[in-house]
Write a protein that binds this ligand. Structure first.
Ligand SMILES: Nc1ncnc2c1ncn2[C@@H]1O[C@H](COP(=O)(O)OP(=O)(O)OP(=O)(O)O)[C@@H](O)[C@H]1O
Ligand SMILES: [Mg+2]
Length: 329
């Protein structure tokens, strides 16, 4: 299992009058098991990429911990965690910036194989071809090409092949299909899911698009993030069909209906304001209060904590409306 426990990530932001710390990820605990999918959904700037990097072993948390199959990542004095971090591979949204422009596909795939001694030197060529085939590319066509000679979809497949080269147990895919042509997007998503299923890889899928999250994590879980915090968490079906947090309802209201008779119906909820508060000046109470159409006095005074919804084990929400409803019942 890949898990983060109570993770906080702060950055120092320089201003003319000095620097200040902003908390970009605030007390987040999420996990994913092998062959399962966890989707992290939220608007731009809510901390998804930062959380993804912390989960992938690329950014140390300011507070809290990350464990991979029981081993603590970022453990000072334990250099072995760097090896453990190999088990988690991050795939970025922009394959062009991830691939070295002066490396052919063969070089790009050979490097990690040789560096981490995944296969004997004599078998590297064969392994490169195998990795490309696994990701739906024809080695004969692409292996000697440079990134600029490939399409967006082909590039992202090469990035996936490179991630698979070190035999990861978990993949963190950060908006991984957003720069792929619309026509190939679904095929690419299916490829991620197929590989995760076949090779028992745990997939953390980061997206701002609830429509994609619904497709990818149909049998998995969804964590909805807002301004660095998880405001709702649960099984995909539950979060989508019985959302509890007003912010989740706002996000779900923005999915356009695909076709008449689509089983997904929700009463539309619109925010009071479309302005997201700055991380440097957060409201004192619930972070969603300034935009929440249901906000009441209590929401301004203190932050609601993530708690399990009554009679719905596994479904958590951070909203005072829950207490109100329970009180009415
Ligand atoms: N290295 C950094 N130093 C200072 N601030 C940072 C740093 N990295 C990210 N941030 C800030 O943290 C916040 C969250 O950024 P992050 O990239 O994690 O959000 P995101 O949810 O992935 O957004 P998007 O959907 O646009 O990709 C943003 O306000 C960003 O400006
Ligand atoms: Mg991002």
């Amino acid at each position: 299992m890949l898990a983060c426990n109570d993770v906080v990530k702060q950055f120092a932001i320089r201003r003319t009058w000095g620097s200040r710390q902003v908390t970009v990820v605030n007390r987040v605990s999420v996990s994913v098991e092998a062959s399962h999918v966890l989707c992290i959904v939220g608007e731009s700037g809510c901390g998804k990429t930062t959380l993804g990097k912390v989960l992938a072993g690329l950014l140390a948390p300011t507070l809290g911990s990350v464990t991979v199959d029981g081993t603590l990542l970022y453990h000072p004095g334990n250099k072995a965690w760097e090896r453990e971090a190999l088990k988690i591979q991050l795939i970025h949204q922009d394959p062009f910036s991830t691939l070295n422009p002066v490396h052919t596909v063969r070089e790009e795939l050979s490097l990690p194989l040789l560096h981490h001694q995944i296969v004997p030197k004599s078998l590297v060529g064969e392994e490169c071809e195998h990795l490309l085939t696994r990701t739906g590319l024809d080695p004969k066509v692409v292996i000697d090409k440079y990134p600029h000679e490939l399409s967006g979809g082909q590039r992202q497949r090469v990035v996936l092949a490179r991630a698979l080269s070190v035999r990861p147990r978990y993949i963190v895919a950060d908006e991984a299909v957003s720069m792929v042509d619309v026509s190939s997007r679904l095929i690419m998503l299916d490829l991620f899911l197929e590989i995760a299923q076949k090779e028992r890889i745990g997939l953390v899928f980061i997206t701002h698009d609830f429509g994609l999250a619904r497709y990818v994590a149909l049998e998995g879980t969804i964590a909805v993030m807002y301004l660095g915090r998880v405001v709702e968490f649960g099984g995909t079906e539950t979060v989508i069909h019985q959302p509890r947090h007003p912010y989740t309802k706002v996000l779900l209201s923005s999915i356009p209906p695909l076709q008449a008779g689509d089983d997904f119906k929700i009463d539309k909820v619109y925010p009071r304001s479309f302005d997201v508060p700055s991380l440097e000046l957060l409201p004192p109470g619930c972070v969603f209060e300034p935009r929440c159409p249901y906000a009441f006095d209590r929401c301004q005074s203190a932050l609601p904590v993530l708690s399990t919804v009554v009679h719905e084990p596994g479904h958590q929400v951070a909203c005072y409306l829950e207490d109100e409803e329970t009180a009415v019942v």
